[in-house]
Design a protein around this ligand. Structure first.
Ligand code: TRP
Length: 323
């Protein structure tokens, strides 16, 4: 039985790239009875960027509803809001006191964000230590993460071993779990799908909105309808390939290569795959967003379970430090 843990930032409704790249694989792991899993919404990390109470709250609901709509079995995992377990900020403080200032300044994500964002606050700088606390707080053994989070995971291992070195074995060093989570989902412009690039596809949108995103945002070349086309150079095909069965994807690839099949046809097929393929998730998402009590109930139950483990680990840590 491995304890796995993952967190997702609540910066908005997760898009197709988040869902295929991170959420679905994490849900498969979480629902696997061989794992003991902790999943949480990192709404304290979001505060580094969002200072609007309503937005912060709504984003959390949207993220929670996404996980639930995409098939997370909340009775099998510990599913909670980070801010409902305030113990984590105490552990984050202890960890910050064990970790060199200079190392935090060198973090890729800090450098990237401090170049890009207007609000370069101290929370952004300490971010990796809060993330380390998220993980170490629950004795997590495996953490499914994307490539962009690998350095944070290394810092987590680093700070845990510094702590253990100073105070004796206390914290468990987690391992990164990559595999499927490194899946590359292109955005409408062909670059990696990312909220900051404004190239996302939201599977919960209605058919009309999805149609606009596909037709207006994905640029295709002007190869005449009858000419052969290269599927692999096209975002339309790359996205379709991620959603369709291998046979269906091959059918589109063959049709494009053969000629007489236009980008308009391919876009229509992609649209159908999005509209129909996520129909049940969309219905469940909308139902949950219309009845947030169900979300609150699931999250508060999760927080009660999480706090039991968190307070045990914190007791262990405090006594080692000398409190
Ligand atoms: N930093 C992660 C991200 O941006 C979110 C996160 C916060 C996280 N705490 C975590 C992920 C702990 C894994 C484990 O995606």
């Amino acid at each position: 039985m491995a304890r796995i843990l993952t967190g997702i930032q609540s910066t908005g409704t997760p898009h197709l790239g988040n869902i295929l790249g991170a959420i679905k694989p994490a849900i498969d792991l979480a629902n696997d009875p061989a794992n003991d899993s902790y999943l949480f919404i990192a709404d304290m990390h979001s505060l580094t960027q969002i200072k609007d109470a309503e937005l912060l709250k709504n984003n959390t609901y949207a993220v929670a509803a996404t996980w639930m709509a995409c098939g997370l079995d909340v009775s099998r995992s510990v599913f909670y809001r980070q801010s409902d377990v305030p113990e984590v900020t105490e552990l984050a403080w202890y960890l910050q006191c064990m970790f060199p200032y200079s190392r935090l300044g060198l973090a890729h994500s800090f450098k990237d964000k401090s170049d890009r964002l207007e609000d370069v606050n101290a929370g952004l700088f300490g971010y990796p230590m809060l993330m380390a606390a998220d993980i170490l707080m629950y004795d997590a053994q495996k953490v499914p993460v994307g490539k962009d989070q690998m350095q944070h995971l290394e810092m987590t291992r680093d700070v845990a071993s510094r702590f253990n070195h100073k105070f004796g074995d206390t914290l468990i060093l987690p391992e990164a779990l990559t595999s499927k989570s490194t899946m590359y989902v292109p955005g409408t412009d062909g670059g990696k799908m990312s909220k900051s690039q404004d190239n996302t596809i939201n599977i919960f949108d209605d058919a009309g909105t999805l149609k606009k995103a596909i037709n207006k945002k994905i640029i295709t070349d002007a190869t005449p309808l009858e000419d052969p086309k290269d599927p692999d150079s096209s975002v339309v095909f790359k996205l379709y390939e991620l959603l369709a069965s291998p046979e269906e994807a091959l059918k589109m690839a063959d049709a494009l290569r053969a000629g007489g099949y236009g980008w308009g046809h391919a876009k229509k097929t992609l649209l159908e795959a999005l509209v129909d393929g996520f129909e049940s998730e969309r219905a469940r998402f909308n139902a949950l967003m219309a009845n947030r009590e169900e979300i609150d109930l699931a999250l508060s139950h999760g927080a009660d379970q999480a706090r039991i483990v968190a307070s045990e680990v914190l007791t262990r840590v405090r006594s080692k430090i000398g409190y």
